[in-house]
Design a protein. Structure first.
Length: 490
């Protein structure tokens, strides 16, 4: 593979998690030359996160479900790299996609210490950037010791450390069981798994669940691990306050009604030194929406890219795989990566692959509907509860912008309060700002749009921002190098 930052390729894959990795190796199988870009320095993404090399972990497979699937993909990637068909470039954070007459220019940064900008040109792009966690604030959520559920898993997988010794796992969605199972297996005490919904929705569609037996086995494995450590989920409940001064010392848990409103008189305090909390995941799609890609709202209100049967987006030459199409897990991401590679190569995939994707996507939609946030969750907020942690904007300021200053959408609230202007660019506070702006509990995760939505669902429009990640001004000021001579013949 050429090493010039301006080579012209068949395909650039953005994201080296399950979907991007499967897409890259399948495209190479079909004769396409591609580059695989990721902000991390190794493949696997968040799902197959590796322990840091210096820790000398001898059995990383014990920290993961389906590790053999990853190693198979990694071996295929290594074979293609040796043959010059694929190049993996770690430490490349993509901040923009630019449409050109011949395809795309993918702009990336290698961090603030890099002296130049990186740009790769290709006829097509496969977007597999995954998702980030949806957070719903509560009093005390800014205390040290409060981490996301995925963050707790990341600490364990990459650093072999725990966020605490006595950890309450809370929120909603299947990630909670996986996180709690990992934590207790690693030696933590989990006094409670606090789930805001129940699991009856799965029983109402048994044919969807039965079509994915591997998911049943995976869930049973997590449940068995929790029972073995005497951990039982507290259903239809939520952490409504965290206590402590220098760090978390306990939480208050309350029962919820069907709309997620706390039931008075049901509060109970649980001592802990850490909280792992999350309410599912939100697709990371800003690189595509900046190009005007069509989107749709999932059963939980999360905004995802709209794709056809071949994983094509509405933008010519842009495909999408995995969580960017709606959160569904690693198996679904792999299936969609393979389908996208076949479609962009003009090859017909096996019918079994399409059927597998359909079954997994149906199960993903069922999960999203089962764990959709209810409109009453704002009942556990107080006026002084910070909504935007980066800019320290409390609930009272957001409500003032809406009720007294006339803000009718999240973007106006952002301009009046600075909520969403911090380092995370609204990814942490987006759901809360969106629903408080709408005057309901919708939790779609969009800070930029004030689109109308069904009450309680929160199907607001997608974020639009010109930069997908922070870029040093020195790199922007350096200008763009000219393409090397003869690159079109590469």
């Amino acid at each position: 593979m050429p090493t010039s930052p301006y080579e012209f390729l068949d395909l650039v894959v953005i994201g080296a998690g399950p979907g991007g990795l499967a897409g890259a190796v399948t495209a190479a199988d079909l004769g396409k030359r591609c580059v695989l870009l990721d902000g991390g320095h190794s493949t696997g993404g968040q799902y197959y996160r590796h322990p840091a090399p210096g820790l000398g972990a001898a059995r990383p497979d014990r920290l993961h479900h389906g590790w053999s699937v990853y190693t198979g993909l990694a071996e295929r990637l290594a074979e293609h790299e040796r043959a010059g068909r694929v190049e993996f470039r770690g430490g490349h954070h993509v901040w923009a996609l630019e449409r050109t007459d011949e395809g795309f220019t993918v702009h990336a940064t290698r961090g603030p210490d890099a002296g130049d900008r990186v740009a790769v040109r290709a006829r097509a792009v496969l977007l597999a950037t995954g998702a980030y966690e949806r957070q719903l604030p509560f009093p005390g959520w800014t205390l040290p010791g409060v981490v996301t559920a995925g963050g707790a898993q990341a600490m364990l997988k990459s650093g072999l450390v725990l966020p605490g010794q006595r950890i309450v796992v809370a929120g909603s969605g299947p990630l909670l069981l996986a996180a709690a199972s990992s934590l207790v297996t690693a030696g933590a005490r989990v006094p409670a798994v606090v789930e805001a919904t129940g699991y009856l929705a799965y029983a109402r569609r048994p044919h969807v669940v039965a079509a994915v037996p591997a998911k049943l086995v995976e869930g049973a494995g997590h449940g068995t691990a929790l029972l073995r450590h005497r951990v039982r989920p507290r259903l239809r409940s939520a952490v409504v306050e965290a206590h402590g001064t220098d760090r978390v010392t306990g939480v208050t848990v309350a029962r919820l009604d069907a709309d997620w409103r706390p039931k008075p008189g049901t509060e109970r305090r649980i001592d802990c030194d850490a909280i792992a909390v999350g309410h599912g995941l939100l697709p990371q799609i800003d690189l595509a929406t900046e190009l005007g890609a069509d989107t749709l709202a999932g059963p939980d209100g999360a905004v995802a890219l709209a794709v056809d049967a071949g994983m094509r987006t509405s933008v010519p030459g842009l495909w999408s795989a995995g969580e960017t199409n709606g959160v569904g897990g690693a198996d679904l991401a792999i299936a969609e990566g393979e389908l996208a590679a076949h479609d962009l190569a003009g090859a017909e995939p096996k019918r079994s692959l399409r059927r597998r994707r359909a079954r997994l996507r149906a199960f993903a939609d069922l999960m999203a509907a089962a764990h959709r946030p209810g409109p009453g969750w704002t009942g556990w907020l107080r006026p002084d509860t910070d909504v935007c942690r980066c800019e320290e904007v409390p609930v009272a300021k957001v409500r003032e912008a809406v009720e007294e200053l006339g803000a009718g959408d999240p973007r106006t609230v952002k301009l009046l309060t600075r909520a969403g202007m911090g380092w995370c660019q609204g990814r942490m506070c987006g759901p809360a700002v969106a629903c408080l702006s709408a005057g309901s509990g919708s939790a779609s995760g969009s800070v930029e749009s004030g689109a109308e939505s069904e009450p309680g669902v929160g199907a607001a429009g997608p974020d639009r921002r010109p930069f997908g990640c922070p870029v040093p001004l020195s790199q922007l000021a350096a200008g763009e190098p000219q393409p090397a001579a003869g690159e079109h013949d590469a």
